[in-house]
Every structure is written in structure tokens, then in C-alpha cells.
Design a protein around this ligand. Sequence first.
Ligand SMILES: [Zn+2]
Length: 452
Amino acid sequence: MNNERINTALRHATDTQNVTIGAGALVSVDDLFRQSFGDEAAVVVADENTFAVAGEEVQRHLEAGGRKLAEPYVFPGQPTLYAGYGNIETLIEALHVHDAIPIAVGSGTLNDIVKRASYECDRPYLCVATAASMDGYTAFGAAITKEGYKQTMTCPAPRAVLADVDILVNAPLRMTASGYADLLGKVTAGADWIIADALRVEKIDPQVWSLVQDPLRGWTAKPAELHTGDQEAMDQLIEGLVMSGLAMQAHQSSRPASGAEHQFSHLWEMEGLGQDDDPPLSHGFKVGVGSISIAALYERILERDLSEVDVEARREAWPAWEEVERAVRTAHPNPPLDEAFVEQTRAKYVDADRLAQRLELLREVWPKLHEKVKEQLMTAEELREMLGAAGCPTSPTEIGLTWEDFKATYSRAQMIRKRYTVLDLANETGVLEGCVEELFAPGGFWARDAAS
Ligand SMILES: [Zn+2]
């Protein structure tokens, strides 16, 4: 790991104080624990799989360090652990019989369960990552299903994180591939932030920006090597994922790590795509297909000269809020998502006058903005190749979507979140529909796949 980069990020992070990444890092788990919690007692929390992979060894190292330990809490290994609120309640009950600091040994779901349960028990925790599968290790909040609705529940990020590259390279390839896709999604996420900044919707924080975007190409340069257990490639991947989480802490928002590609992913996730598969369809695989989709949309938009947008025509065509609300409800008829999406769309709705001001600004800044966005992006084809090399699905049908549902995502995903992205730019300039049609028309990016 690049110590300087990690240390810079830690200085800006709000919750996480210590990060150790490296081959063989697990031997230092007791040192990391002491650095973070002094002489407190510890309790290992894992599932049967991750306990065998790393939990037992963590336990041994803590014992050897003379640390006071509570009995490990181990969830069943089969079926795949589910991020449901019931598992959090179970863990809270187990934690209440002692006051030991939890050590989460596992990947995304286990970490989310421990993150939220620790918070409800008013305790900090330490995370030992067993797969480079997503950027949530160092992020605040936990993705939990409660009352049938997947939501992000409040809770701080871990105080300390340890990732042993020797363990990560032996994780199932699909998990590594998922993490790679989550990281590569920062390419389009960055482009969206550039647009929001240029249109004065959401300013770029240059320090936070550089935590993720400066090293991004290096972190993602070796997708094929991840297949072969290459330690260097894995070290880069986990550093990128950990840094992305730290950047979200520094910014107190997921903006540095999430744009329209995540909106595609979130919509599919909230509608339950692949959730009954075992293992369930991963976050990263949805983000990967989302990233290709958004990069393809960007290509269509960058072909257009938005400095020529007809502001008066757009002002006249611009719908009143009531009309927009109806459109959101038509596109998303199912509760409780409908109300949530109306609220999110409302938060970013501007009236016709403000739209006109924004478009005037766009006309002015477009030549420069066009250049900046182009420099930030990769082509959809490049992303498809890199994701394919990492072992990710690259077509919507591979993750269980019909072409019809997939195509509809381009307009439906614009309505689910208040975050300003390229989907909003396309919607406000009136080019979204035309661009999407081009993507599916003969010669378009999706035409060949959709026809086969
Ligand atoms: Zn993500």
C-alpha cells in the first residue's frame, strides 16, 4: 500500500484512524487493535467461511498477545449471510453479554451487520477484510434490508481496517471481480461530479477529488492479473477500495465514489434484481454494467454541441413539478419506493426560470466542460474490455435483465436520487430520449447485443 496516500486520506477521515494493508498483515492484528483500542477486550465476529479463512487466525494472534477475549460469534456459512435487520438484532443480543470491541472478519454483508450492531451497542469496531469485493469497508452507513426495503442505515465506519493481501488473493474470483467493478465505476462517477461542479450544483472538493481520482487509473490498470493471484494488482485494488471509503468519510457523502452508474445499480438492487440467487447478484456486478451503460450515454452526449442548446425552447417545454411527480409515479408505481423517489426528485427539481439560468451557464461552459469530461472518461468499449478481463458480467442480460427493462433504466434511474448526474444533464437539455434511441438503433453501442 502507498502509506503516504492512505495517511493523507486518514487525516481527512472522520471515523477511521488506522489502516493496515499488505501481504501477511494479519500477524499484526493485535498491534492494530492495541493502537486503536488499547487494552480493551475483543470479540471476533465472522461466519463459518470467514472464520475458517481468517477468523481463527485472528483469534490466535489476539490470544498470543495476551488480550482478553469474549467467545467468538460465528454466523452459519450456508446459505450466504443476508444483510437483514434480523441478523443485526441477533448480533446485538450476543454483544450485550460483554463489553468487548467487535472485530468483523468477513466481507461486505458481515461488515455491514457488525457496523450497525456495534453502533447500536455504542461501540467502535475493527474490520478485517476477507475479500476486495466493494468499497464499503471504510464507508459510513450499512446497506440493510428492513421491512422488505433495502436502505442505508446510519452508522460510523470502523475505527481500524486490516486487509491481508495473502487472504484477499484467495477469495472467490467473483468477489474480487465485484470489487474491481465498484472501483472502476469511479470513472463515470468522476465525470458526473465534473458536470455538477461546472453547473454550480455541487462543488468539487479538490482534496477529496484527488484522493480517488488521481490514483484511479493505476489502481484499475491490471484487471486480468487479478485472475492469477497477482499480489501487486490486489494491493492496488484494495487500496483503491479503502481510499474510496475514506474519501466518502472526508466528504460526508458518497459523491466522491458514486454517480449515475450507481443509480442504475441502486434501482436494480431496490427492485430485487438477483437477490434470490445464491450467492446474490453482487453490488459490483450491477455497478459494472451501470458504468458501461453510462459511458455509452456519455459518448452520445459528447457528440452533441450543447453550447447550442435552445434555452427558450427548453424553458417552454419544461414540465411543472406536478407533471414531474406524475411521471415519477408512473415510472415507479410500487410502494414504498414511489414516495422515496418522489421526494428525491423533488429535492433536485428546478423551475423553468432556474432551468433557463442553468442552461445559459451550460452554453457558456460547454466547450471546456466537454474537454474535461472527455479527459476523465474511458469509452464504453474500454470499460467493457477491462471489466471482462476482470471476470465481470458486461451485458445487462448476464445479470438477469430483459432488454426492455434495461433500456427503461436510462430514464427511470434519473428519478431515484437527488444527486445531479449526466442523466439530469441529458434530461434538462432534452437529449436523453434521443441518445438512448441511438444506443439501441442499428450501429449503436447496445444494438449488436440486443439483437442477438
Ligand atoms: Zn459502490
